[in-house]
Design a binder for this molecule. Structure first.
Ligand SMILES: Cc1ncc(COP(=O)(O)O)c(C=O)c1O
Length: 288
């Protein structure tokens, strides 16, 4: 089946989809993105993603490419045209558009929009059961990690370093020794004392849509949590650790820098939160 991409007003075969060489995303990484999971053909937490897109765009003063309503129609149309009635993801990218290369903003406000989709296995596979290894690395990113910028070099280097050392994810650590987040996920622990902890949303991290959903699900289940930074040592002494993200959902972390977390197996809280999150994904679009 031919995959279809949306590029600046047109639906085109994926292998033919292209942007201009002077797209500012291509030249300057002057753009933002969102990845939205698709569960059984339905977009997961679409509004949360569009709210965060709004934040990213307004912080960078990039114009909306079209109205939120029109964007929602396009997202659904891309899902439909790709016959994504199972599980997968939609990727959307907005850049500051095409203009002769010059650092300052162009005079026009015509941003560029690309939307693609692909199939992906969610909620299956060994990682959710067996858990993953993380390594810790210095956080060398800029000071606006709340913006979902397409400029991802530190994240790319960190993820590669993790894979080169046989791990799945790298937890980035700030100059004060506190974990900020993963290269594509938020970081969580359940401390020795049984406290569920994830870093507070600030400019130091991306406020994950999965993170926000898990916090809501924990509140509903009357599981107490604390939004605060934690150190690498605290994480290594924790009973449980896990990561959250659109494509990793809630994935147990069983080793940090090669040292087992707790008994080195998926923890009780982690399993419970994954089950809640799986149900949350399955409930998308129902009753609304
Ligand atoms: C740096 C970073 N942190 C956290 C996340 C998790 O965010 P979300 O749950 O919205 O996917 C991502 C997702 O791509 C990310 O890139």
């Amino acid at each position: 089946m031919t995959r279809i991409a949306y590029v600046n007003g047109r639906y085109v075969p994926h292998h033919e989809a292209a942007v201009h060489i002077e797209d500012r995303g291509y030249q300057f990484a002057d753009g933002v993105y969102e990845v939205i999971a698709v569960r059984r053909g339905r977009l997961v937490d679409e509004n949360g993603h569009l709210d965060r897109l709004k934040h990213s765009l307004s912080e960078l003063r990039i114009a909306w490419p079209l109205s939120r309503r029109a964007l929602k129609i396009i997202l659904r149309e891309v899902v439909r045209r790709n016959r994504l009635n199972g599980d997968g993801m939609v990727y959307l990218q907005v850049t500051r558009g095409v203009a002769p290369r010059s650092h300052a903003f162009p005079d026009h406000r015509e941003s560029a929009l690309v939307v693609t989709a692909r199939r992906l296995r969610l909620l299956q596979g060994n990682e959710a059961d067996a858990g993953v290894d993380v390594i810790t690395i210095p956080d060398i990113r800029w000071k606006r990690c709340d913006i979902k910028s397409i400029s991802l070099l530190p994240n790319i280097l960190g993820k590669q370093q993790a894979e080169d050392s046989g791990a799945s994810e790298a937890w980035m650590v700030d100059s004060g020794g506190q974990v900020t987040e993963g290269t594509l996920s938020n970081a969580w622990i359940v401390t020795e004392m049984g406290e569920l902890v994830t870093r507070d949303a600030s400019r130091a991290i991306l406020n994950g849509i999965t993170r926000q959903a898990v916090l809501r699900l924990a509140t509903e289940a009357e599981i107490a949590f604390s939004e605060r930074p934690f150190t690498v040592n605290e994480a290594k002494a924790a009973r449980e650790a896990f990561i959250t993200g659109t494509t990793v959902l809630v994935t147990p972390v069983v080793r940090i820098d090669g040292e087992p977390v707790g008994d080195g197996r998926t923890g009780e809280f982690t399993a419970k939160l994954l089950a809640f999150y799986a149900r949350h994904m399955d409930n998308q679009g129902k009753g609304t």
